[in-house]
Design a protein around this ligand. Structure first.
Ligand code: F6R
Length: 366
Protein backbone atom coordinates (compact mmCIF):
# COMPACT_ATOMS: atom_id res chain seq x y z
CA UNK A 1 0.00 0.00 0.00
CA UNK A 2 3.06 2.23 0.29
CA UNK A 3 3.70 1.44 -3.36
CA UNK A 4 7.39 0.74 -2.80
CA UNK A 5 8.07 3.83 -0.68
CA UNK A 6 9.47 3.47 2.83
CA UNK A 7 6.81 5.69 4.35
CA UNK A 8 3.41 7.10 3.48
CA UNK A 9 4.80 10.59 3.86
CA UNK A 10 7.39 10.05 1.13
CA UNK A 11 4.80 8.45 -1.12
CA UNK A 12 2.49 11.42 -0.56
CA UNK A 13 5.26 13.92 -1.27
CA UNK A 14 5.85 12.13 -4.59
CA UNK A 15 2.14 12.07 -5.36
CA UNK A 16 2.03 15.86 -5.46
CA UNK A 17 2.40 16.32 -9.23
CA UNK A 18 -0.65 14.09 -9.68
CA UNK A 19 -2.54 15.87 -6.89
CA UNK A 20 -1.89 19.23 -8.60
CA UNK A 21 -3.09 17.88 -11.94
CA UNK A 22 -6.19 16.28 -10.46
CA UNK A 23 -7.10 19.37 -8.44
CA UNK A 24 -6.79 21.60 -11.50
CA UNK A 25 -8.48 18.98 -13.70
CA UNK A 26 -11.55 20.21 -15.49
CA UNK A 27 -11.50 23.46 -13.53
CA UNK A 28 -9.45 25.05 -16.30
CA UNK A 29 -11.19 25.30 -19.69
CA UNK A 30 -9.67 23.52 -22.69
CA UNK A 31 -8.30 26.71 -24.16
CA UNK A 32 -6.49 27.47 -20.90
CA UNK A 33 -8.14 30.87 -20.69
CA UNK A 34 -10.73 30.61 -17.96
CA UNK A 35 -11.45 28.96 -14.64
CA UNK A 36 -14.57 26.82 -14.46
CA UNK A 37 -15.74 26.33 -10.88
CA UNK A 38 -19.20 24.89 -11.28
CA UNK A 39 -19.21 23.66 -7.70
CA UNK A 40 -19.21 27.26 -6.47
CA UNK A 41 -22.86 28.20 -6.62
CA UNK A 42 -22.42 31.87 -5.73
CA UNK A 43 -23.83 34.15 -8.40
CA UNK A 44 -21.72 36.94 -9.91
CA UNK A 45 -23.82 39.37 -7.86
CA UNK A 46 -23.11 37.46 -4.66
CA UNK A 47 -19.40 37.53 -5.43
CA UNK A 48 -19.59 41.26 -6.07
CA UNK A 49 -21.29 41.72 -2.73
CA UNK A 50 -18.45 40.13 -0.74
CA UNK A 51 -16.94 42.89 1.40
CA UNK A 52 -14.45 40.75 3.26
CA UNK A 53 -13.24 37.17 3.45
CA UNK A 54 -12.25 35.30 6.58
CA UNK A 55 -10.12 32.20 6.08
CA UNK A 56 -10.37 29.89 9.08
CA UNK A 57 -8.45 26.64 9.65
CA UNK A 58 -5.96 24.83 11.89
CA UNK A 59 -2.30 23.87 11.53
CA UNK A 60 -1.11 23.22 8.04
CA UNK A 61 -4.49 24.15 6.56
CA UNK A 62 -4.12 27.53 8.30
CA UNK A 63 -0.74 27.92 6.61
CA UNK A 64 -2.40 27.26 3.26
CA UNK A 65 -4.82 30.03 4.24
CA UNK A 66 -1.92 32.46 4.69
CA UNK A 67 -0.99 31.88 1.07
CA UNK A 68 -4.69 32.03 0.12
CA UNK A 69 -4.92 35.53 1.57
CA UNK A 70 -2.14 36.85 -0.68
CA UNK A 71 -3.58 35.06 -3.69
CA UNK A 72 -7.12 36.39 -3.27
CA UNK A 73 -6.03 39.89 -2.31
CA UNK A 74 -3.62 40.27 -5.18
CA UNK A 75 -5.81 38.72 -7.87
CA UNK A 76 -9.33 39.71 -6.80
CA UNK A 77 -8.58 42.69 -4.51
CA UNK A 78 -11.00 41.52 -1.80
CA UNK A 79 -9.72 42.08 1.78
CA UNK A 80 -8.90 38.80 3.53
CA UNK A 81 -8.13 37.91 7.13
CA UNK A 82 -6.76 34.52 8.17
CA UNK A 83 -7.18 33.07 11.62
CA UNK A 84 -6.77 29.78 13.44
CA UNK A 85 -10.17 28.26 14.14
CA UNK A 86 -9.65 27.79 17.88
CA UNK A 87 -9.20 31.57 18.25
CA UNK A 88 -11.75 32.72 15.70
CA UNK A 89 -14.65 30.80 17.16
CA UNK A 90 -14.35 32.27 20.65
CA UNK A 91 -13.63 35.92 19.97
CA UNK A 92 -16.94 37.09 18.57
CA UNK A 93 -15.48 38.05 15.17
CA UNK A 94 -17.25 40.66 13.06
CA UNK A 95 -19.17 38.54 10.57
CA UNK A 96 -21.83 40.09 8.36
CA UNK A 97 -23.96 38.69 5.54
CA UNK A 98 -21.36 40.27 3.23
CA UNK A 99 -18.59 38.18 4.75
CA UNK A 100 -17.48 35.05 2.97
CA UNK A 101 -15.93 32.56 5.36
CA UNK A 102 -13.59 30.04 3.77
CA UNK A 103 -12.81 27.03 5.93
CA UNK A 104 -9.91 24.81 4.94
CA UNK A 105 -9.72 21.26 6.24
CA UNK A 106 -8.09 18.20 4.76
CA UNK A 107 -10.16 15.77 6.83
CA UNK A 108 -13.26 17.93 7.01
CA UNK A 109 -13.68 16.70 10.60
CA UNK A 110 -11.50 19.04 12.70
CA UNK A 111 -13.64 20.05 15.69
CA UNK A 112 -12.53 23.69 15.95
CA UNK A 113 -12.84 24.28 12.22
CA UNK A 114 -16.30 22.75 12.14
CA UNK A 115 -17.40 24.85 15.13
CA UNK A 116 -16.04 28.03 13.48
CA UNK A 117 -17.99 27.14 10.35
CA UNK A 118 -21.22 26.79 12.35
CA UNK A 119 -20.58 30.07 14.15
CA UNK A 120 -20.05 31.82 10.81
CA UNK A 121 -23.31 30.43 9.45
CA UNK A 122 -25.16 31.44 12.59
CA UNK A 123 -23.98 35.00 11.96
CA UNK A 124 -25.37 34.89 8.43
CA UNK A 125 -22.15 34.46 6.45
CA UNK A 126 -21.85 32.28 3.40
CA UNK A 127 -19.35 29.48 3.92
CA UNK A 128 -17.10 27.95 1.31
CA UNK A 129 -15.14 24.84 2.27
CA UNK A 130 -11.90 23.59 0.80
CA UNK A 131 -11.62 19.95 1.82
CA UNK A 132 -10.08 16.70 0.72
CA UNK A 133 -12.89 14.45 1.91
CA UNK A 134 -16.14 14.27 -0.04
CA UNK A 135 -19.06 13.88 2.34
CA UNK A 136 -17.08 15.05 5.40
CA UNK A 137 -18.84 17.07 8.12
CA UNK A 138 -17.35 20.32 6.86
CA UNK A 139 -18.43 19.59 3.30
CA UNK A 140 -21.97 18.82 4.44
CA UNK A 141 -22.34 22.05 6.43
CA UNK A 142 -20.79 24.45 3.89
CA UNK A 143 -22.71 26.32 1.19
CA UNK A 144 -20.04 25.75 -1.44
CA UNK A 145 -17.37 23.05 -1.51
CA UNK A 146 -14.15 22.89 -3.48
CA UNK A 147 -12.70 19.41 -3.22
CA UNK A 148 -8.93 19.03 -3.37
CA UNK A 149 -8.33 15.85 -5.29
CA UNK A 150 -5.19 14.87 -3.40
CA UNK A 151 -6.49 11.37 -2.64
CA UNK A 152 -6.34 9.82 0.84
CA UNK A 153 -3.58 11.24 3.03
CA UNK A 154 -2.34 8.68 5.56
CA UNK A 155 0.83 10.21 7.06
CA UNK A 156 0.02 12.46 10.02
CA UNK A 157 2.19 15.21 8.55
CA UNK A 158 0.23 16.84 5.76
CA UNK A 159 2.00 17.32 2.43
CA UNK A 160 -0.08 16.75 -0.69
CA UNK A 161 -3.22 18.04 1.04
CA UNK A 162 -1.47 21.36 1.78
CA UNK A 163 -0.21 21.83 -1.76
CA UNK A 164 -3.61 20.88 -3.21
CA UNK A 165 -5.15 23.52 -0.94
CA UNK A 166 -2.76 26.03 -2.51
CA UNK A 167 -3.95 24.97 -5.96
CA UNK A 168 -7.56 25.40 -4.81
CA UNK A 169 -6.75 28.95 -3.66
CA UNK A 170 -5.11 29.78 -6.99
CA UNK A 171 -8.20 28.57 -8.83
CA UNK A 172 -10.55 30.44 -6.51
CA UNK A 173 -8.52 33.67 -6.64
CA UNK A 174 -8.51 33.53 -10.43
CA UNK A 175 -12.22 32.70 -10.49
CA UNK A 176 -13.09 35.70 -8.33
CA UNK A 177 -10.80 37.95 -10.40
CA UNK A 178 -12.40 36.74 -13.62
CA UNK A 179 -15.93 37.19 -12.26
CA UNK A 180 -15.18 40.67 -10.93
CA UNK A 181 -13.20 41.72 -13.99
CA UNK A 182 -10.28 42.51 -11.70
CA UNK A 183 -7.53 41.26 -14.00
CA UNK A 184 -6.86 41.55 -17.72
CA UNK A 185 -7.60 38.36 -19.65
CA UNK A 186 -3.86 38.07 -20.40
CA UNK A 187 -2.99 37.99 -16.70
CA UNK A 188 -5.50 35.22 -16.08
CA UNK A 189 -4.17 33.28 -19.06
CA UNK A 190 -0.55 33.75 -18.06
CA UNK A 191 -1.30 32.58 -14.51
CA UNK A 192 -3.17 29.53 -15.81
CA UNK A 193 -0.23 28.68 -18.05
CA UNK A 194 2.15 28.94 -15.11
CA UNK A 195 -0.17 26.80 -12.95
CA UNK A 196 -0.13 24.08 -15.57
CA UNK A 197 3.66 23.95 -15.47
CA UNK A 198 3.77 23.36 -11.71
CA UNK A 199 3.41 19.53 -11.74
CA UNK A 200 6.44 19.10 -14.00
CA UNK A 201 8.37 21.63 -11.98
CA UNK A 202 7.63 19.68 -8.78
CA UNK A 203 8.90 16.56 -10.54
CA UNK A 204 12.19 18.28 -11.24
CA UNK A 205 12.50 19.29 -7.56
CA UNK A 206 11.82 15.71 -6.48
CA UNK A 207 14.56 14.50 -8.83
CA UNK A 208 16.95 16.59 -6.72
CA UNK A 209 15.90 15.10 -3.36
CA UNK A 210 19.39 13.68 -2.62
CA UNK A 211 20.71 17.20 -2.15
CA UNK A 212 18.13 17.89 0.54
CA UNK A 213 18.84 14.58 2.24
CA UNK A 214 22.47 15.53 2.81
CA UNK A 215 21.47 18.83 4.37
CA UNK A 216 18.73 17.18 6.47
CA UNK A 217 21.29 14.80 7.95
CA UNK A 218 23.40 17.79 8.97
CA UNK A 219 20.55 19.65 10.64
CA UNK A 220 19.31 16.51 12.39
CA UNK A 221 22.24 16.98 14.77
CA UNK A 222 20.93 20.36 15.94
CA UNK A 223 18.22 21.11 18.48
CA UNK A 224 17.28 24.58 17.30
CA UNK A 225 16.99 26.35 14.03
CA UNK A 226 15.24 29.14 12.18
CA UNK A 227 13.28 29.60 9.01
CA UNK A 228 13.15 33.10 7.57
CA UNK A 229 11.39 34.70 4.62
CA UNK A 230 9.35 37.70 3.53
CA UNK A 231 5.88 37.85 2.02
CA UNK A 232 4.82 34.49 0.61
CA UNK A 233 8.18 33.09 1.64
CA UNK A 234 7.25 33.84 5.24
CA UNK A 235 3.98 31.91 4.86
CA UNK A 236 5.92 28.92 3.51
CA UNK A 237 8.56 29.30 6.23
CA UNK A 238 5.81 28.81 8.83
CA UNK A 239 4.68 25.61 7.17
CA UNK A 240 8.27 24.36 6.86
CA UNK A 241 8.87 25.03 10.53
CA UNK A 242 5.70 23.22 11.64
CA UNK A 243 6.54 20.20 9.50
CA UNK A 244 10.05 19.98 10.92
CA UNK A 245 8.87 20.24 14.55
CA UNK A 246 6.10 17.76 13.98
CA UNK A 247 8.15 14.84 12.71
CA UNK A 248 11.80 15.51 13.58
CA UNK A 249 11.11 17.01 17.06
CA UNK A 250 13.76 19.65 16.31
CA UNK A 251 12.70 23.00 17.69
CA UNK A 252 12.40 25.68 15.06
CA UNK A 253 10.82 29.05 14.59
CA UNK A 254 9.70 30.82 11.47
CA UNK A 255 10.38 34.51 11.34
CA UNK A 256 9.46 37.30 8.98
CA UNK A 257 12.99 38.10 7.87
CA UNK A 258 12.66 41.80 8.61
CA UNK A 259 11.53 41.12 12.16
CA UNK A 260 14.69 39.30 13.30
CA UNK A 261 16.51 42.39 14.41
CA UNK A 262 13.69 43.19 16.84
CA UNK A 263 14.76 40.52 19.27
CA UNK A 264 15.29 37.13 17.72
CA UNK A 265 18.70 37.96 16.33
CA UNK A 266 19.95 37.53 19.90
CA UNK A 267 19.49 33.78 19.45
CA UNK A 268 21.69 33.52 16.40
CA UNK A 269 25.01 32.00 17.37
CA UNK A 270 27.86 30.16 15.72
CA UNK A 271 26.72 27.17 13.68
CA UNK A 272 22.95 27.51 14.09
CA UNK A 273 21.19 26.45 10.89
CA UNK A 274 18.98 29.04 9.21
CA UNK A 275 16.78 28.11 6.28
CA UNK A 276 16.21 31.23 4.23
CA UNK A 277 13.49 31.37 1.60
CA UNK A 278 14.11 33.99 -1.03
CA UNK A 279 11.90 33.36 -4.03
CA UNK A 280 10.12 36.71 -4.15
CA UNK A 281 11.91 38.80 -6.76
CA UNK A 282 10.70 42.13 -5.41
CA UNK A 283 11.84 41.36 -1.86
CA UNK A 284 15.07 39.66 -2.79
CA UNK A 285 17.45 42.45 -1.95
CA UNK A 286 15.89 42.90 1.48
CA UNK A 287 15.93 39.18 2.25
CA UNK A 288 19.55 38.91 1.13
CA UNK A 289 20.46 41.63 3.59
CA UNK A 290 18.73 39.64 6.37
CA UNK A 291 20.67 36.56 5.30
CA UNK A 292 23.87 38.58 5.69
CA UNK A 293 22.76 39.64 9.17
CA UNK A 294 22.52 36.04 10.37
CA UNK A 295 25.57 34.84 8.43
CA UNK A 296 27.67 37.56 10.03
CA UNK A 297 26.72 36.10 13.42
CA UNK A 298 27.85 32.63 12.46
CA UNK A 299 24.63 31.06 11.18
CA UNK A 300 24.93 28.27 8.63
CA UNK A 301 22.46 29.29 5.94
CA UNK A 302 20.61 27.12 3.48
CA UNK A 303 18.83 29.23 0.91
CA UNK A 304 15.86 28.28 -1.20
CA UNK A 305 15.80 30.51 -4.24
CA UNK A 306 14.66 30.61 -7.83
CA UNK A 307 16.93 29.32 -10.58
CA UNK A 308 19.42 31.76 -12.02
CA UNK A 309 19.50 34.01 -9.02
CA UNK A 310 23.12 35.00 -8.44
CA UNK A 311 22.58 37.34 -5.51
CA UNK A 312 21.26 34.68 -3.14
CA UNK A 313 23.83 32.14 -4.32
CA UNK A 314 26.58 34.42 -3.05
CA UNK A 315 24.98 35.06 0.33
CA UNK A 316 24.31 31.48 1.52
CA UNK A 317 26.34 28.39 2.46
CA UNK A 318 24.09 25.95 0.62
CA UNK A 319 21.55 26.74 -2.06
CA UNK A 320 18.60 24.75 -3.24
CA UNK A 321 17.04 26.16 -6.38
CA UNK A 322 13.48 25.80 -7.54
CA UNK A 323 12.35 26.31 -11.15
CA UNK A 324 11.16 29.77 -12.12
CA UNK A 325 7.47 30.57 -11.93
CA UNK A 326 5.28 33.60 -11.19
CA UNK A 327 6.01 35.07 -7.72
CA UNK A 328 2.48 34.24 -6.57
CA UNK A 329 2.93 30.55 -7.40
CA UNK A 330 6.30 29.92 -5.73
CA UNK A 331 4.80 28.42 -2.52
CA UNK A 332 3.61 25.42 -4.55
CA UNK A 333 7.26 24.74 -5.36
CA UNK A 334 9.30 26.07 -2.44
CA UNK A 335 7.46 24.00 0.18
CA UNK A 336 8.54 20.74 -1.48
CA UNK A 337 12.22 20.93 -0.45
CA UNK A 338 11.05 21.79 3.08
CA UNK A 339 8.82 18.70 3.18
CA UNK A 340 11.78 16.58 2.10
CA UNK A 341 13.99 18.27 4.67
CA UNK A 342 11.61 17.33 7.50
CA UNK A 343 11.20 13.82 6.17
CA UNK A 344 14.93 13.12 5.98
CA UNK A 345 15.65 14.85 9.30
CA UNK A 346 13.01 12.70 10.99
CA UNK A 347 14.46 9.61 9.36
CA UNK A 348 18.00 10.51 10.44
CA UNK A 349 16.78 10.83 14.02
CA UNK A 350 15.15 7.42 13.88
CA UNK A 351 11.64 8.74 14.49
CA UNK A 352 8.37 7.18 13.43
CA UNK A 353 7.91 9.45 10.41
CA UNK A 354 4.31 8.59 9.62
CA UNK A 355 3.10 8.56 13.22
CA UNK A 356 4.83 11.28 15.24
CA UNK A 357 4.41 11.15 19.00
CA UNK A 358 1.41 12.84 20.65
CA UNK A 359 -0.39 13.56 17.38
CA UNK A 360 -3.44 12.23 15.58
CA UNK A 361 -4.31 12.58 11.91
CA UNK A 362 -7.76 13.97 12.56
CA UNK A 363 -8.28 16.24 15.56
CA UNK A 364 -11.86 15.85 16.68
CA UNK A 365 -11.29 17.19 20.20
CA UNK A 366 -11.43 20.90 21.00
C1 F6R B 1 0.28 19.09 10.19
C2 F6R B 1 -1.14 18.72 10.13
C3 F6R B 1 -2.11 19.43 10.98
C4 F6R B 1 -3.45 19.61 10.25
C5 F6R B 1 -4.51 20.21 11.19
C6 F6R B 1 -5.82 20.47 10.47
O1 F6R B 1 1.05 18.40 9.26
O2 F6R B 1 -1.49 17.85 9.38
O3 F6R B 1 -1.61 20.68 11.38
O4 F6R B 1 -3.26 20.44 9.14
O5 F6R B 1 -4.73 19.33 12.27
O6 F6R B 1 -6.35 19.30 9.94
P1 F6R B 1 -7.48 19.33 8.84
O7 F6R B 1 -6.89 19.95 7.62
O8 F6R B 1 -7.88 17.91 8.64
O9 F6R B 1 -8.59 20.17 9.39
Amino acid sequence: EKAGYDHFMLKEIYEQPKAYRDTMGARIDDAGKRIVLDEVKMTAQQIQDIHQIHIVACGTAYHAGLVGKSVIESLARIPVEVEVASEYRYRNPIITPNTLVIVVSQSGETADTLAALKEAKRCGARVLAITNVVGSSVSREADDVIVTWAGPEIAVASTKAYTSQLIAFYLLGLYFAQTLGMQEAEVIEETIQALRQLPEQVESILADAEKIKVYAEQISKHDNLFFIGRGLDYAVAQEGSLKLKEISYIHSEAYAAGELKHGTLALIEEGIPVIALATQEELLEKTVSNIKEVAARGAYVMGVGSEGNEEIAKAVDELFTIPRTLPLLTPALSVVPLQLLSYYASLARGNDVDKPRNLAKSVTVE
